[in-house]
Write a protein that binds this ligand. Structure first.
Ligand SMILES: Cc1cc2nc3c(=O)[nH]c(=O)nc-3n(C[C@H](O)[C@H](O)[C@H](O)COP(=O)(O)O)c2cc1C
Length: 272
């Protein structure tokens, strides 16, 4: 029997957090149990310890989709720090109107390997982190209502004792990462691209450094990136002065290609 519902997310730009919180709150409400602790795995320090769940828990676990997969710098952390011990989990991924690829099967697989049963999973269309005209403003009110209905059905499934895994679109095990393309149709190579800071605008407030999920921005030198950049856009979106941006031509070409080719309607997926 579920005694509490926990919300667990990695969410540099906030979409995943919104989705996971919405599902967790609606599931807790439907089950008549408290919403348990929330776990924000976005700051690097949060991924240095284990989170242990048990049979009385329903965990709603969410990540963004990067290149059709769970972000490659996050997947090993999830495998290392989340312990299910027979808990149930709802897997949720958020994607920017291109494709969720194999990310949902990958996340469900990580959770199952860590001792969770995964009776429900969802892939939710959300505003694209760096091609912001795609799915702009989503998840919106209608998306959140759809998520609440999904959460109620997932809660009903768990309450009935059925923890069987649903069919989830995507390859299991997951296939290769999506290769980003430029407007010329050729691979756009921007792995090493870094955000740039306009020194005239930067106030050295430190918000970018605190927002970086890789801990790669030194607060005392925000124009530098010391370590990995996963292109998540958190430092750019959260900068109150608008002082940061990517100028890498391959990155900008990929963004333009997405804007040209991925604006059509794409459904979210709800798996029960
Ligand atoms: C590096 C990177 C890669 C992405 N790859 C994809 C993708 O393959 N397919 C897609 O539809 N959206 C993709 N997106 C968009 C994100 O999945 C989407 O914006 C998500 O809602 C971001 O979650 P967040 O707001 O919690 O950070 C990508 C975003 C980033 C930053």
């Amino acid at each position: 029997m579920v005694e509490r519902v926990c919300a667990v997310w990695f969410s540099p730009c906030g979409n995943v957090e919104k989705i996971v919180r919405t599902v967790a709150e609606a599931a807790a409400d439907a089950l008549g149990v408290p919403a348990g602790p929330t776990v924000d795995l976005t700051p690097p320090a949060a991924r240095t310890r284990e989170y242990v769940f048990g049979p009385g828990d329903l965990a709603v676990v969410g990540t963004p989709v990067y290149a059709g997969r769970v972000p490659n710098k996050l997947a090993p952390d999830l495998a290392r720090i989340l312990r299910g011990n027979g808990a149930a989990a709802i897997a949720a991924v958020s994607f920017g109107n291109r494709s969720f690829g194999d990310a949902l099967t990958e996340l469900a697989g990580i959770l199952r390997a860590n001792g969770f049963a995964v009776p429900a999973a969802a892939a939710v269309v959300s505003q694209h982190s760096f091609a912001q005209a795609l799915a702009a403003g989503r998840p919106d009110a209608a998306d959140l209502e759809e998520l609440r209905a999904f959460a109620r059905r997932a809660a009903e499934k768990v309450r009935s004792g059925c923890l069987a895994g649903p069919a989830i679109p995507g390859s299991d095990p997951p296939g290769p990462y999506y290769t980003p393309l430029g407007t010329d149709g050729q691979p756009a190579r921007f792995l090493k691209a870094l955000p740039e800071t306009d020194a005239a605008l930067c106030t050295r407030c430190g918000i970018c450094a605190a927002a970086c999920p890789m801990g790669s921005i030194p607060p005392e030198a925000p124009s530098e990136t010391r370590g990995i950049c996963i292109k998540c856009q958190a430092c750019i979106r959260k900068c109150p002065a608008g002082a940061r941006r990517f100028t890498d031509p391959a990155f900008l070409s990929h963004r333009e290609m997405l804007l040209r080719t991925c604006s059509g309607p794409v459904p979210s997926a709800f798996c029960l």
